[in-house]
Design a protein around this ligand. Structure first.
Ligand code: MN
Length: 240
């Protein structure tokens, strides 16, 4: 039996094939999957409990359908942080904090979405602080659904535009911040997504070697992490 870690699917009504890929993937891995960790940006946007989930509802339904057999954990990303614990419960998922330390197969593993490691992107960190603020979210929820959907669209376009103009290193993790997280949590492994740069990095701190696993986003292919007693493998999966 194994634990599977995924992130950055960015499911959205404009890409129905991605929803189908996810469902195929789940059916495929179900027999040996004891835990599924979704580490943020499962959907491209979410505006509140009344979100119509246009085009992505099947992905939530399949999660619900396997939740008796597989334990499913859900962490917020920067796209779907408005998914409430009520919504998670509705689909059989447990909402977990970013970061969360778990002990799996005798290893201390720190789970994160990854955006909090990108501290060189000051503008983004400022924005993050604003939208993660409970009173900002409360104000947002007082607007009509239509208005919120429109705001989400605007923010998305703005972020896409800004991303193309940012230097590569600014959008990656800050190595010192990574080391801080290892030291503070005493974790052997950090698993995160967000940067869309799948890789297993060795991080040396003093005499200890740690691993930082970066998951991939879901385009024509993806990278997911398989963890078990014997295996730590960042697996490339081809999406048909
Ligand atoms: Mn992200």
């Amino acid at each position: 039996m194994e634990s599977i870690f995924i992130s950055d699917l960015h499911l959205d009504k404009t890409r129905p094939s991605a929803v189908n890929h996810f469902m195929e993937f789940i059916r495929d891995r179900l027999p040996t999957m004891e835990n599924l960790y979704i580490l943020g940006d499962f959907v491209e946007s979410w505006v509140g409990d009344d979100d119509p989930a246009d085009g992505v509802i099947d992905a939530f339904e399949i999660i619900k359908s396997i939740s008796k057999k597989t334990k499913i954990y859900f962490m917020h990303g920067n796209r779907d942080f408005m998914i409430s614990s009520n919504i998670c419960n509705k689909y059989g998922m447990e909402l977990i904090e970013d970061p969360t330390l778990v002990k799996l197969y005798n290893k201390r593993v720190l789970l994160m979405h990854g955006d909090t490691l990108c501290i060189d992107d000051l503008k983004y960190q400022e924005f993050r602080q604003l939208v993660r603020d409970k009173s900002w979210q409360k104000q947002m929820m007082q607007k009509s659904l239509e208005e919120r959907l429109m705001i989400a669209d605007t923010l998305r376009n703005k972020s896409m535009h800004e991303t193309t103009n940012k230097e590569e290193f600014i959008m990656d993790v800050n190595e010192e911040e990574v080391k801080k997280c290892f030291i503070k949590s005493d974790a052997e492994i950090i698993i995160h997504g967000h940067t869309h740069r799948p890789m297993v990095h060795e991080v040396e701190i003093g005499k200890r070697k740690h691993k930082r696993v970066v998951l991939g986003d879901w385009g024509s292919k993806s990278h997911v992490l398989i963890l078990s007693k014997k295996i730590l493998e960042l697996q490339e999966i081809q999406l048909k």
